[in-house]
Design a protein. Structure first.
Length: 461
């Protein structure tokens, strides 16, 4: 049995059974059989109707879904409610974009050999989708990794993080109530050994993974020939602050971007490079706001920063901060554990470039602030790591903004906003070591289909 506990006080929420290799094999066989028999495919209009009903059912369960996600994931109640509302919108976006899964006409007659022909492409479901999800958005990530497959016409098997399986189970049950036929979305609550076939099996046509780079790239190496994949890993998001930045607008944004969900977001603000002329003002202002954040029980509506997902993550963050301080970093605020599960929002000043808080994704409530005199040099340092996801720049100068957008190595650069900004219909994904493939509802749907060309030869053409 799997014990699901609250990250804040480790109290038991629920015990649920773990499945093994036999159940995983049955799930794969079921999904594969559904896809192989085209008479069992769900027509587009039925997929639209099912997802529309799903969204309506979710609207009646907002409070229930919010409590479930907050309890198991540790994200504060108010932020968890926003996640649930995003998840509902994500289902609606998927339903709306089913009509956009379309091909195009390919011109013929451009050469003598292509005369008398007409050609066009269509998009078909890619096949069985296998998804392995992460803990930090226990409902919305499930939406992005399962509803996209359903909308594209693919049977999907989804394995949630073992720390946060309850939101996944609740959503799969809602899909069933909404009329999704049996077998089209199956949840697997299992250990990694049992889940191995969800990665390596030749019946899997598309593999979606959200988690650590070390695990993701290893799993990619185990895929069967022909299995396509999307990997979403972490980053160490840089922010460039020019000397003309609007500090009063910027500081609340940096605070939210750095400490939202205790920094446990792959695009959290982590490395803030500030021009020397405003460096002290920005660092002190950020420290003041961070020190006022309310840390504690995620179920308390006044809480702004909740616990880390596991006590060992508090241990790790503490070790990394202590390493930076021992190496000469100035601590502006925080720097101590509050309990076995909570850590103070922390701002570090000019940590050395070779300590872990400067070289690795912190995934905790810690923001590093660095002084620079040469913006190009700051961008060079920002780009020097192998992880590149989202970044940001704060400036009132359009030319400087465009220059930073051009030079920062990132899949997205936010101008006058924090690096963790996201809406569910925009492209979202890492590059280089941070991942491969592009997320975002309609982008994932497109990746979960494949193109087929039809060429018709006729004497009347």
């Amino acid at each position: 049995m799997l014990k699901v506990v609250s990250p804040y006080d480790q109290s038991l929420i629920k015990e649920i059974p773990l499945v093994g290799k036999v159940e995983v094999e049955h799930a794969l066989a079921t999904a594969y059989e559904l896809f192989q028999d085209q008479s069992k495919w769900i027509p587009a209009y039925e997929r639209i109707a099912i997802l529309e009903r799903t969204a309506e059912i979710m609207k009646t369960r907002i409070e229930e879904l919010t409590i479930t996600a907050a309890k198991e994931g540790g994200k504060p109640y108010n932020d968890s409610k926003i996640e649930v509302l995003r998840a509902i919108n994500g289902v609606k976006i998927a339903a709306e974009h089913i009509a956009q899964l379309k091909g195009e006409q390919i011109p013929m007659g451009l050469t003598k050999a292509s005369e008398g022909r007409i050609a066009f492409t269509s998009r078909e479901p890619i096949g069985v989708v296998s998804s392995i999800s992460a803990f930090n958005h226990p409902l919305n990530l499930i939406i992005h990794q399962s509803v996209t497959a359903i909308a594209a016409g693919c049977p999907v098997i989804i394995k949630p993080a073992l720390t946060t399986p309850l939101s996944c189970l609740a959503f799969v049950e809602i899909l069933t109530v909404a009329g999704l036929p049996k077998g089209w979305c199956q949840s697997m609550i299992c250990e990694n050994e049992a889940a191995e076939k969800l990665v390596t099996d030749s019946r899997v046509n598309y593999f979606s993974f959200i988690g650590s780079a070390k695990v993701g790239w290893f799993l990619r190496s185990k895929l069967s020939p022909g299995t396509r994949c999307a990997l979403e890993h972490g980053g160490a998001a840089p922010v460039i602050v020019d000397k003309d930045a609007n500090i009063s607008d910027m500081l609340p944004a940096l605070t939210k971007g750095g400490f939202y969900h205790a920094g446990q977001v792959c695009v959290s603000v982590q490395r803030v490079f500030v021009h020397e002329s405003i460096f002290n003002k920005v660092a002190e202002g950020l420290s003041q706001l961070a020190s006022k954040l309310i840390v504690g029980d995620q179920m308390d509506p006044t809480t702004e920063v909740g616990p880390l997902i596991l006590p060992r993550e508090v241990d790790r963050v503490e070790q990394w901060v202590n390493e930076a301080i021992a190496a000469g970093t100035k601590l502006l605020c925080g720097g101590k554990r509050i309990s076995d599960t909570c850590y103070q929002p922390t701002v570090l000043l000019n940590p050395p470039m070779d300590v872990k808080v400067s070289t690795s994704e912190i995934f905790g409530p810690v923001v590093c602030v660095y002084s620079y005199t040469d913006r190009d040099k700051a961008i060079e340092i920002a780009n020097s790591l192998d992880v590149h996801f989202q970044a940001a720049v704060f400036t009132e100068n359009l030319d400087i903004a465009l220059d930073c957008v051009k030079k920062l190595n990132a899949t997205a650069v936010m101008v006058n906003d924090h690096s963790a900004f996201r809406v569910d219909w925009m492209p979202f994904g890492g590059r280089d070591a941070s991942g491969i493939g592009m997320g975002g509802i309609q982008y994932s749907m497109h990746e979960m289909t494949r193109e087929k060309l039809m060429v018709v030869k006729s004497k009347v053409l």
